[in-house]
Design a protein around this ligand. Sequence first.
Ligand SMILES: *Cc1c(COP(=O)(O)O)cnc(C)c1O
Length: 394
Amino acid sequence: MAIAKRYLIPYFEGSVLANELDGILAETFSFDIPCTPIDVPSGSAELLELFHGPTAAFKDVGAGFLAACISRLNKTGHDTQALLTILVATSGDTGGAVAAAFDGRPGVRVVVLYPDGRVSERQAHQLTCWSDNVQSLAVQGSFDDCQRLVKAAMADVSLSSQHRFSSANSINIGRLLPQSIYYADASLRHFRETGRKPGFIIPTGNLGNAFACILAREAGLPIGEIVLVTNANTLIGEYLQGTEWLPRVGIQTLASAMDVGNPSNMERLRSLKGEGPALNQVVRVFSATDQDIENEIKNMFTDFGLTICPHTATAAHAYHQLSDEERANEDWILVATAHPAKFESIVEPLIGASIPLPKGLSDIMSKPSRFTRIEPDLNSLKTQLDLIPVTGDK
Ligand SMILES: *Cc1c(COP(=O)(O)O)cnc(C)c1O
C-alpha cells in the first residue's frame, strides 16, 4: 500500500481526490496479489497471480480503483443530479469486473455490452447477475462490434447530450494507473531480494495491462524486459515487424479475453514511444496458437503442478520461446491474468482434474442471471439506454 501511494501521489496532485487516496487504495487492494515461484530447472521464474479479486481476473484491480474514484467524484465533484452511465464493451472479463465494482452504487448505472456466445459460461454469468443499476446486453456480434458501439454512442451528439456517459474500457487512465502498481510492487520486491530487475511476460489483448507495465518502467521502477504475448490475433507483432497498422476483425481463440482485432491502447503506445519497428526498443512480442495454449496448460500442470488459464498459458508459451540463455540468465515474472476456474471447460479436460471454484466465483454463480439480446447497431443500443430514466437520485 505504501508503494501504491508513493506511485500515485504525483498523479493525484491538485485533484479533489488527493485526500481520498488512502480510502481509494484500501478499497482497490482488498485482496492478495501473490507471486508464486515456479520450480524451473535453471534461472528464476515466478507467476504473478492477479486473479484473487471478486471476479477472478486482473481487471478487478483497475475496475475497483475506477469505481472507488468515480463514486467519490460523483458525490463531491458534480452538482448535477443526472445518473452517470458507464458504457463498457467486454470480451469477457472487463464487464464482470466493472459490474462487480459498481454493483449497487448510487448515482451510477453500468451498461455492459458483450459478444453473445463468445464468452465462457461462467464469464457470461458474471456479466449478468448484478443489481438493477447494471444492464447486461448480449450483442449479436463480436467484441469489436461491442467496442465500436460504445465509441459510436459516445461520439453521438444527441445521445451524449441526453446521457452523462463515461467509459470503463482499458483506454481509461483510471484503470491503467492502478495496474501499474502490481508491477511496481512485484519488481521492487524482486529487486530488493535479488538485486536483479525482473522481466515481465504479459498476455495481451487491448494492451492495457502491458501498457501499465511500460508506465511503471518509465516511472523508474526496476523492470527489465517487457514481453507481450498475443493469441492468434497477431496484429501487434506484425506491426512491430514493419507491417502497416491495419485493425482487423478479432479471431476467436481459447484465450477469448484477448480476442482483439484493434487493440485500443496501441494509439497511446505509439504516441508515447514511437511508430512501427521503433517499438522493438520498448517491448518484444510473441504469439501463441490455440495448440500452444493447450500444450502449455498440460505441461505447466504435469511439470510444475500449476493450473493456469488459457490466457496465462500464452505467457508460459512465450517463456518457453525465450532462448536457454535468456531463461537462465534473466529473472522472469509470468503474469497470470485470470483464475483457471473461469475457463474450466477448456482447462479441466486438458489436465484431467477438476478445479475447485474460489469463494468469490461460487458466490457469483449462485446469483440469478438477467440480460437482453441486442443487434450490433447503435439504434438497438439507444433503445436500451432510454429504458432507464436519465435522472437518478443520489
Ligand atoms: C483482459 C484480459 C487480458 C488482456 O489484457 P489487456 O489489458 O486487454 O491487454 C488477458 N487475460 C485476461 C484473463 C483478461 O481478462
